[in-house]
Design a protein around this ligand. Structure first.
Ligand SMILES: [Zn+2]
Length: 308
């Protein structure tokens, strides 16, 4: 399957700067693109679009991302096989988000963008948000969700239209901003949707984190699905530009079963399979391990009085 990309180049999708430096050459094997390519938590394939780095805000981005129609189709047809890992990720995010949610006054709607089969939604309900809504483009992910959760999921890519009936207190976007064609439009829409005082919570990979720098182009974040990669500077630039205030950005740990950490390692497939059998044999595959692998949490508040 070939990737349909834009004909013309885009400038930095965070700060519109035209000046860029080379970051990575395109590495795509069309024969390897299938419905797992746009699935979450797949086996890393080490393929990527051509990437450049903005000389102003340090965003790493693909100047020629796929077209909107290609992405919409790829994500709606994406396979879904990551339920235990998705639950582990949701538990990690709930833990780091809890103190911020405790400080938040509003308990109107909470929206989780890229909700998958909805593992974060029960926790958002427990926090008192009403209603709780998940946005998810993958039909297979929605079908995997338990019936009660399915009722809270809306199929599609994030858009203001899909949420026009809501005035959320909280919008969560965990590991999705790298995937969207226009991150500025995304945060603008989130800003407009939120009630005054409402909170946007974002988790992204930090390409500048030590582990990602050591692994370089062998890092699992170098992925054809990622149209941009953030660092603290580009994330704060993005959030400030649309008017968010009280921005906090901090590194977070992720807790996953050992089996999943092994999957992410840049090792030959044969060796990984052997190590995986050893973990199974030792009953260690499901052991939960918490690691800081270069992910960032960003919290941003829509001011009570809108700036002029
Ligand atoms: Zn920039």
């Amino acid at each position: 399957m070939a990737i349909n990309t834009l004909n013309s180049e885009r400038f930095c999708p965070v700060c519109d700067n035209q000046s860029q430096i080379h970051f990575a050459d395109e590495r795509i094997d069309s024969a390897k693109i299938n419905n797992f390519t746009y699935a979450s938590r797949k086996q890393p394939e080490f393929m990527c679009l051509r990437l450049v780095r903005c000389t102003d805000c340090d965003l790493v981005y693909a100047p020629t991302p796929p077209t909107h129609d290609f992405l919409l189709n790829a994500y709606s047809e994406a396979a879904y096989d990551s339920a235990p890992e998705a639950q582990a990720a949701a538990d990690s995010y709930a833990k780091v988000l809890k103190p911020y949610v405790n400080r938040l006054k509003g308990r109107n709607a909470a929206v989780d963008v890229g909700a998958g089969s909805g593992p974060l939604l029960p926790w958002l309900c427990e926090c008192g948000f009403n209603p709780v809504v998940g946005i998810e483009p993958s039909r297979e992910a929605i079908q995997t969700a338990p019936e009660a959760i399915q009722a809270m999921l809306r199929e599609g890519l994030f858009s203001e239209k899909l949420l026009a009936d809501l005035n959320p207190s909280l919008i969560c976007s965990f590991m999705t901003l790298e995937h969207v064609a226009n991150p500025s439009e995304f945060v603008q829409q989130a800003y407009r949707l939120l009630e005054p005082g409402g909170m946007l919570a974002v988790v992204v990979h930090n390409w500048q984190a030590p582990l990602n720098r050591i692994l370089g182009l062998r890092s699992p974040i170098i992925d054809v699905e990622h149209l941009q990669l953030f660092n603290p500077l580009s994330m704060s630039t993005l959030l400030k530009k649309v008017g968010f205030e009280s921005i906090e950005i901090r590194p977070i740990a992720n807790r996953y079963p050992l089996r999943y950490w092994l999957r992410l390692m840049p090792l030959p497939t044969g060796l990984k399979a052997r190590l995986s059998s050893i973990l199974e044999f030792l009953h260690l595959s499901n052991k939960q391990i918490s690691l800081r692998v270069g992910n960032l949490l960003a919290i941003a508040i829509k001011p009570l009085e809108k700036p002029q």
